[in-house]
Design a protein around this ligand. Structure first.
Ligand code: SAH
Ligand code: SF4
Ligand code: F3S
Length: 439
C-alpha cells in the first residue's frame, strides 16, 4: 500500500467529539496529509463516533459499510471516538473493514497507528492516559471565527444512564497555562469566540483557579470578543460563576444547564445529586445575576420506572423554567450502565408519546423566546454566508441564528434590529457595522 495522502474526518458526537475531530485534522495536516475535497474519495477516513445512544453507534457501523467504493475498494478506515473506546477490539470483529481503533484519549498516536496499518497490522489503542494527548498535538492552526476549546476531559458523575464515564475516563482539568496558551493560538488564527468545553465544564479547576477566574482571564485576551461554556452540571453552579454572568461583558448570556427530569424520585434514580427544587433555585440565582440570560437544557423521557406522574413533573419544570431551547431524548439503555438492568423499562410507544408532548412544549417555548427578542437591537458575530447573495448569518448573544443583508464578512460583528422570529432563526435589519476583522 502506498502512503496515504488525503483524509476525511466525520464527527458524530457532542462538541468535545467535534473538538477532537478538529485536533485530529490538525494532526494529520501536520503529517503532510491534506483534507480530501468535499465529495472526493479520501485515502483515510476517520469515523469519530459517539456512544451516547443506541442509534449513534449503529450509525457509525453503517457508515463503515457505506465507505466501500463502486470498484470494490475502500479507504483506510479508522474507528475513533467513544464507540471505539467502548468496543475496542470487538469493533474489528463487528466490521472486517475497520483497519484501526483509537480511543478519545489516544488519538495523538494516530500517525503511528496509520503507519502500523501500512505495515499490515490492525492496531487497537484505547489507553486512557489523562491529558497526555494535548502535549503531543500540534499548535492550533487557523480555526473558525467561533472555536471550541476542551478544558476538561472525562466525567466522575456516573449518572446511571450514561456511558461517558466509561468512554472518556476520569474527570481531569487541563492546566490553566495550557488553556491560556491554546486560546491565544486560536485568537492569533482569527478566532473571535471561544466555547469552553467539558462534560462538567463548571467543575473545572486548577489550584485556586475556577471556571469563573479562567473566564475572567480569557476576557482580557485582545481580540477575543465572546466566551461561552458547556456543559454545566447543576451541582457545580458556583457563586463566582454566576457573578461572572453579571460582571463579564464577554461572557455571553446563555447557560446550558441540563436537568434531565422533573421528578425527584427519577432524579435520585438517575444519580443526579440534586432535586427539582434545588435546580429551580439555581436558575433563579442565575437570572437574578443576569435577567437577560437564555437557559437551555437536556431532557430524558422514559427513564426506567418513569410513571405518567413523574413525566408530568418534567413538563411542570419545563413550564417553570421557560427554556430558550432544549434537547430532548428518549431513554436508551446502554450496556454496562446501572439503569440498563433496572426493572420497569418503559415501553417504546410510551417513550415516543412522551417525547412528542415534551417536544411540543419545548418548541412553543423557543418560539416564545425568539419572539420576545423581536424589536430588540443586538450585536451579532457573523459566522457564515446566507443563502442569497449579500445575506449573512451570525449568532446573537443568546445563540440564535440571525439573518441579515449586509456587506460585512465572516468574523465581523454588526448591530442589527431583530425584525421577525422564524421557526429556527431570526431575521434582522442592519443598524451599524461595528468592527472589521483584520485580513
Ligand atoms: N455531561 C453532560 C452531557 C452528557 S451527554 C451533562 O451531564 O449534562 C448529553 C445528553 O445526552 C445528556 O444530558 C442526556 O440528556 C443525554 N443522554 C445521556 N445518556 C443517555 C441515554 N442513555 N439515553 C438517552 N439520553 C441520554
Ligand atoms: Fe453523563 Fe452524567 Fe457525566 Fe453528564 S454528568 S457526562 S450525563 S455521567
Ligand atoms: Fe458521545 Fe462520547 Fe460525546 S459518547 S456525547 S461523543 S463524550
Amino acid at each position: 500500500m502506498s502512503a496515504p495522502k488525503t483524509f476525511s474526518i466525520k464527527s458524530f458526537g457532542c462538541q468535545m467529539n467535534v473538538y477532537d475531530g478538529e485536533r485530529m485534522a490538525e494532526l494529520l495536516g501536520a503529517e503532510g496529509m491534506a483534507p480530501a475535497e468535499p465529495g472526493a474519495d479520501a485515502d483515510v477516513v476517520v469515523l469519530n463516533t459517539c456512544h451516547i445512544r443506541e442509534k449513534a453507534a449503529e450509525k457509525a457501523y453503517s457508515e463503515v459499510g457505506r465507505l466501500r467504493r463502486e470498484d470494490g475498494s475502500r479507504p483506510v478506515i479508522a474507528l475513533a471516538g467513544c464507540v471505539a473506546q467502548a468496543e475496542g477490539a470487538e469493533a474489528k470483529r463487528r466490521s472486517k473493514s475497520i483497519d484501526l481503533v483509537v480511543g478519545p484519549q489516544a488519538y495523538h498516536r494516530l500517525p503511528q497507528l496509520l503507519r502500523d496499518v501500512e505495515g499490515g497490522a490492525r492496531p487497537v489503542d484505547t489507553d486512557l492516559p489523562p491529558l497526555d494527548k494535548f502535549a503531543a498535538l500540534p499548535r492550533r492552526r487557523r480555526a473558525g471565527v467561533s472555536a471550541f476549546l476542551s478544558v476538561q476531559e472525562g466525567c466522575d458523575k456516573f449518572c446511571t444512564y450514561c456511558v461517558v464515564p466509561y468512554t472518556r475516563g476520569a474527570e481531569v482539568s487541563r492546566p490553566i497555562a495550557d488553556l491560556l496558551d491554546e486560546a491565544a493560538q486560536l485568537v492569533d488564527g482569527g478566532t473571535r469566540e471561544i466555547t469552553l468545553l467539558g462534560q462538567n465544564v463548571n467543575a473545572w479547576e486548577d489550584g485556586q483557579e475556577t471556571l469563573a477566574t479562567l473566564i475572567r482571564r480569557l476576557a482580557m485576551l485582545d481580540g477575543l470578543e465572546r466566551i461561552r461554556y458547556t456543559t454545566s452540571h447543576p451541582i457545580n453552579m458556583a457563586d463566582d460563576l454566576i457573578a461572572a454572568h453579571a460582571e463579564v461583558p464577554e461572557l455571553m448570556p446563555y447557560l446550558h444547564l441540563p436537568v434531565q427530569a422533573g421528578s425527584n424520585r427519577i432524579l435520585k434514580a438517575m444519580n443526579r445529586h440534586h432535586t427539582a427544587e434545588e435546580y429551580l433555585a439555581t436558575i433563579a440565582r442565575v437570572r437574578a445575576a443576569n435577567p437577560e440570560i437564555a437557559i437551555s437544557g437536556d431532557f430524558i423521557v422514559g427513564f426506567p420506572g418513569e410513571t405518567e406522574e413523574d413525566f408530568a413533573a418534567t413538563l411542570r419544570i419545563v413550564g417553570q423554567v421557560g427554556y430558550a431551547s432544549a434537547f430532548t431524548f428518549k431513554y436508551s439503555a446502554r450496556p454496562g450502565t446501572p439503569a440498563a438492568t433496572m426493572d420497569d423499562q418503559v415501553p417504546e410507544r410510551v417513550k415516543d408519546e412522551r417525547l412528542q408532548r415534551l417536544q411540543a412544549l419545548v418548541m412553543e417555548q423557543s418560539r416564545a423566546f425568539n419572539a420576545s427578542k423581536v424589536g430588540a437591537t443586538t450585536r451579532i458575530l457573523i459566522d457564515r454566508n446566507g443563502r442569497r447573495d449579500g445575506q449573512m448569518i451570525g449568532k446573537s448573544p443568546w445563540l440564535q441564528s440571525v439573518f441579515v443583508d449586509t456587506d460585512a464578512g465572516i468574523g465581523d460583528m454588526v448591530d442589527v434590529r431583530l425584525t421577525a422570529a422564524l421557526p429556527n432563526s431570526i431575521a434582522g435589519e442592519l443598524v451599524t457595522k461595528v468592527t472589521q476583522q483584520a485580513a
